[in-house]
Write a protein that binds this ligand. Structure first.
Ligand SMILES: [Zn+2]
Length: 410
């Protein structure tokens, strides 16, 4: 194979991926105005339903604009040898491969973030604002960006530097060390994300004592679950959309409730949502997901190790002097169809797990408050209640609202 062939394979992957995505979006959009199934007719009143339809259509159109911009940028960059240009810029600052790679990725990340910021700004301050979701101030928006960049350069930069160092020291075996590092990092983050990272962006306070806390403790006791770490996060600082999640394990396990969730739902409904989260824990979904992602990382790194020393990868992107970082970019582009497939398989598992967690909540608590909470949450986020089957299969990590209600009422 020549580097030119490889270059065209990369271009083809990008274009095919774009087309598949747009076809799925269009298919889904065709069903935005379907008649609602009778189980879901009480989710919205007429006015809200109209509003949800406008919201879906607005996001659909906006999605076409952003993804077209982004593919034009990527293709333009590839056709004009952008990677070679930035590699040369990075090389004027240092001869050390690690420093070159860090500068290279720094320019790429910050450059693409600056180019896409107008779109995320528009999405937050025009679209989300218009539909009443946005609570972010311009100041918070930009501070979030800066904090995100800092975090990315420290954590992402640190991990990248170590992986390249492993490659320099151990050659083809670098993948084993890189795997160990990434596995340790994911475990560590799963345990301490809420303690170390979330406070940089949000305020968390323990759920105060009162009837809600009592009801939660009462439920937790009936299923023999130690749930003393319940936190309320100020999600309302950014958006009216509500959420709840579970993190960590062992003594670090905790539940985080958005203040918006507490606002929107009754106490019974909140307990039902928590029962669903406890179900994920009890059915070992959290351990499964973590193990699966660590195994997939190992597989990806192993495949990377087979190709990374081949100069064809760098040459395909128009860079004469092969290097780890350029090889990594080419590999990432070539590997994307495979990661699409593994993502799809993970989605299938995830939807299965959602049913299991729903069933757990139904069996250990009650189905009706979970059903009404799901309806309220869908209504408050102006969710699409009539997604297309294929779109759901490809993109949804959760079954549709109709599927979940049908299962809960079984
Ligand atoms: Zn769930």
């Amino acid at each position: 194979m020549t580097s030119t062939t490889l270059f065209y394979i990369i271009i083809a992957i990008i274009i095919i991926d774009f087309i598949v995505d747009k076809v799925l979006d269009a298919l889904n959009a065709k069903h935005f105005n379907d008649v609602l199934p009778k189980e879901l007719q009480d989710v919205y009143d007429d006015k809200e339903y109209k509003k949800s339809q406008t919201y879906k259509a607005t996001n659909y159109k906006f999605g076409i604009i952003t993804s077209t911009f982004s593919i034009a940028l990527t293709l333009g960059f590839l056709l004009l040898d952008g990677f070679e240009f930035i590699d040369n810029v990075a090389r004027t600052y240092s001869e050390n491969p690690i420093v070159i790679a860090l500068i290279f990725f720094g320019i790429i990340m910050i450059g693409s973030d600056i180019l896409t910021t107008p779109f995320s700004y528009y999405s937050t301050f025009v679209i989300e604002e218009k539909f009443g979701f946005n609570k972010t101030s311009v100041k918070t928006f930009f501070f979030d960006k800066i904090k995100g960049w800092l975090m990315m350069s420290i954590l992402g930069g640190g991990i990248l530097a170590l992986i390249i160092w492993f490659y320099q020291v151990t050659g083809a075996y670098f993948w084993l060390y890189a795997w160990g590092l990434v596995a340790f990092f994911s475990l560590f983050m799963n345990m301490f994300y809420s303690k170390l990272i979330v406070p940089l962006f949000n305020k968390q306070t323990p759920l105060e004592s009162g009837s809600l806390r009592d009801k939660i403790s009462e439920y937790a006791n009936t299923v023999g679950f130690k749930l003393d770490k319940i936190f309320v996060i100020d999600g309302s600082k950014r958006s009216t959309k509500a959420n709840a999640y579970f993190s960590g394990f062992g003594s670090e396990k905790r539940v985080t409730l958005y203040d918006t969730l507490i606002n929107d739902l009754d106490e019974d409904e909140i307990v039902a949502v928590l029962a669903h989260e406890v179900g994920h824990y009890k059915k070992k979904h959290i351990i499964f997901n973590l193990s699966a992602s660590i195994l997939l990382t190992g597989l990806t790194l192993f495949i990377l190790s087979l190709f990374i020393s081949n100069p064809l990868l760098s040459n395909a992107l128009g860079v004469e002097v092969p290097s780890f970082h350029i090889g990594l970019i080419a590999f990432g582009l070539l590997y994307s169809p495979i990661s699409e497939i593994t993502g799809l398989i993970m989605n299938i598992f995830s939807r299965k797990f959602e049913y299991q967690a729903d069933n757990y909540a139904k069996n250990t608590y009650e189905a009706e408050p979970l059903i009404s909470s799901l309806k309220k949450l869908s209504k408050n986020s102006l969710s699409n209640l009539t997604p297309h089957k294929t779109y759901v299969f490809m993109h949804y990590s959760h079954p549709t609202l109709l599927e979940r209600i049908t299962n809960l009422r079984k």
